[in-house]
Design a protein around this ligand. Structure first.
Ligand code: PMV
Length: 354
């Protein structure tokens, strides 16, 4: 048999929602019940690097995550691989004498190696960067001729929030109307240079894996919460419009108010779920109080906070000066036990960044 290997490597940062996605209307295709908006982080800090390779010597599709082999049999991986194989085109590498036709991709097998430069289990949206990077690198390898928005609809089928990591800057995931999900895609609202005063600090409260996965949490909320429908139908559509305007106008007070309120409402619908879901802990609550008090004292918001499906705080400071003051406050109220820098402040859990 031929012995060649063709490989592509790509890097994708994670993203943090400032208007949250919570609740699916279709679990298989991963279609949400509301639009969401996120900010994509600087790739230096929280990102996934994925290398994908194809060779006629590979006997089946295989994947390694942080050096450990994982199964690709789950529906989410299979959906992404199927969608990409269906869109693959001819690939030619004259130097190596490789020629792969569109039809060959159905039979050729892939090897995928993915690394996170941050702790996978820490509930820091690792799946967002992971699936976005998987889809992006495979699309390159397989010469898939689709734009980022079309690729976002494929990444969405791996993990909902992954669709927003195909773009930098501020990104909106449009929920879409179609039953087949073709219009449930991500679009860029503003690029990474648009609001470069902002500084994002992640306060890692605990590196333990979350108790309720986002998939089961969303399902339970949609099935049992009486508040979720009000949130999805009445609140989020208005906030999306206001948030888009705040981002466009670089209006930090509105941005901070919307970000904090939306995080709090997301955790409120979790509490309204039966049985209730607690993602934040006492330390998370103390961080919220600390930021709220400081913002009120200053008269205008200096920092916004947002929490995903875990206790870790994502703090967005209006500029470097506010970020430096925030770090001082965090150091004072939550003395660190580990090396810290401006972008990865660690509270209480030393194991995480070693
Ligand atoms: O894409 P998932 O299944 O990991 O869900 C993400 C849900 C939140 O992080 C809580 C909110 C969001 O919009 O990212």
């Amino acid at each position: 048999a031929e012995k060649w290997v063709l490989m592509v490597t790509a890097q994708t940062p994670t993203n943090i929602a400032v208007i949250k996605y919570w609740g699916k209307r279709d679990e298989n295709l991963i279609l949400p019940i509301n639009d969401s908006i996120s900010v994509t982080l600087d790739p230096q800090h929280l990102c996934t690097t994925t290398s994908v390779a194809v060779s006629p010597t590979f006997t089946h599709d295989r994947m390694w995550l942080n050096g450990k082999e994982i199964s690709l049999s789950g529906g989410r991986y299979q959906n992404c691989l199927r969608e990409l194989r269906a869109r693959a085109s001819d690939v030619e590498d004259e130097e190596k004498g490789i020629k792969i036709t569109k039809k060959d991709w159905e039979k050729l097998h892939l090897h995928i190696a993915s690394y996170n430069n941050f702790p996978t289990a820490a509930g820091l949206a690792s799946s967002a960067a992971g699936f976005a990077c998987l889809v992006f690198s495979l699309a390159k390898l397989m010469n898939v001729k689709e734009d980022h928005s079309k690729l976002s609809a494929i990444a969405r089928q791996g993990s909902g929030s992954a669709c927003r990591s195909l773009y930098g800057g501020f990104v909106k995931w449009i929920m879409g109307k179609e039953e087949n999900g073709s219009d449930s895609i991500a679009v860029q609202l503003a690029d990474e240079k648009h609001w470069d005063d902002l500084v994002i600090i992640i306060a890692v409260v605990s590196s333990r894996q979350k108790e309720t996965s986002s998939t089961s949490g969303m399902r339970e909320t949609v099935e049992t919460s009486m508040l979720i429908e009000h949130r999805a139908k009445e609140v989020v559509p208005r906030r999306i419009i206001q948030m888009e305007k705040a981002i466009k106008d670089l209006d930090f007070p509105s941005f901070a108010r919307l970000t904090c309120s939306d995080s709090n409402q997301f955790h409120a619908v979790c509490l309204d779920t039966s049985p209730p879901i607690f993602y934040m802990n006492d330390t998370s609550h103390r961080i919220i109080s600390c930021v709220e008090k400081w913002n009120r004292f200053e008269g205008t918001p200096q920092v916004a906070y947002t929490f995903d499906a875990g206790p870790n705080a994502v703090l967005i400071a209006r500029n470097r000066k506010a970020a430096a003051l925030l770090l001082q406050r965090l150091l004072f109220y939550f003395p660190p036990q580990s090396d810290t820098d401006l972008n990865s402040y660690v509270i209480g859990d030393k194991s995480i960044l070693q």
